[in-house]
Design a protein around this ligand. Structure first.
Ligand code: G
Ligand code: G
Ligand code: MN
Ligand code: NA
Length: 252
């Protein structure tokens, strides 16, 4: 309960911050994207991990105003970097189930794009397969509306959900993000390696881009390069870092 009331106050007390993790094009090594990741810096509890509060924020509905703050802050940051002359990156923002269920989701994203001036193609929404299972027809319609705005859509944690692969044909998805549990075991476990190779082939056969998450070693990187993965993200390149640090990364 203490953490719940603290969470209720976190927005007005400005205790949230976004960290940013680069996504690199595997062929060129250039940073082409960035994922915004929410952090909660509580004066007494310290840095609270999203694993501890995203679930609670979902249950209480607090994720809606928090998610709106994330969207505005991430888009404003992406546009500020562009205005500063840095290479244009695609900003990836995680969407929760509760946000996905909001009737005004599309309008609220359109409003943030208009307000910040970020071109729609500069925003990517990270969705999980679990968002699609409740009402597939609504999900398909909503994804088309989001696509019509001009934003990119990715499936996060791909391979860990329970939904059918058939949605990949009917949903206007641009990117699959291979879950880090598969990537982390490329070296030791040939079954996990086979899954990674299969997801890359699946993505490419459907004309989708594929990003490997959780890349931590040179061996994993070599494997992904050999199998023509498009983009990589993980501690091997950088942890999620504060905006100023990310900007340094972009300038070097
Ligand atoms: O960055 P970290 O590994 O601590 O994130 C833990 C989990 O929290 C991940 O599943 C990540 O997707 C989720 N997460 C991080 N930032 C956000 C956010 O802004 N919105 C939502 N809905 N989830 C987030
Ligand atoms: O669920 P989602 O993919 O959004 O979660 C992203 C989370 O993964 C972030 O919290 C981020 O801190 C974490 N992460 C990013 N790169 C790595 C990595 O190389 N290894 C591990 N273990 N976690 C990572
Ligand atoms: Mn993500
Ligand atoms: Na993920």
């Amino acid at each position: 309960l203490r953490i719940e009331s603290a969470l209720r106050n976190a927005l007005v007390r400005q205790e949230f911050v976004l960290h940013y993790q680069p996504q690199l094009d595997l062929a060129s090594g250039a940073i082409v994207g960035v994922e915004a990741l929410l952090r909660w810096q509580h004066p007494e509890l310290g840095m609270v991990s999203p694993q501890r509060f995203i679930g609670l924020a979902e249950e209480t509905g607090l994720i809606v105003p928090i998610g709106a703050w994330v969207m505005r802050t991430a888009c404003a940051q992406a546009q500020a970097w562009r205005a500063a002359g840095l290479p244009p990156l695609r900003m990836a923002v995680n969407l929760s189930a509760r946000q996905f269920a909001q009737p005004d989701l599309v309008q609220s994203i359109a409003a943030v794009l208009a307000e910040t001036g970020l071109p729609p193609a500069g925003l990517e929404l990270e969705l999980t397969e679990s968002l699609f299972v409740d009402d597939v027809a609504r999900a398909v319609a909503l994804l088309h509306e989001l696509k019509n705005l001009g934003v990119a859509l990715s499936i996060d944690d791909f391979g860990t959900g329970y939904s059918s692969l058939s949605y990949l044909r009917t949903f206007p998805i641009d990117v699959l993000k291979i879950d880090r549990t598969f990537v982390g075991q490329i070296d030791g476990d040939s079954d996990q390696a086979a899954i990674v190779v299969s997801i890359i082939a699946l993505a490419h056969n459907l004309q989708l881009k594929v990003i490997a998450e959780g890349v931590e070693t040179a061996e994993q990187l070599d494997f992904l390069r050999a199998h023509e993965c498009d983009q990589v993200q993980g501690y091997y390149f950088s942890r999620p870092v504060p905006a100023a640090e990310f900007e340094q990364l972009l300038r070097t």
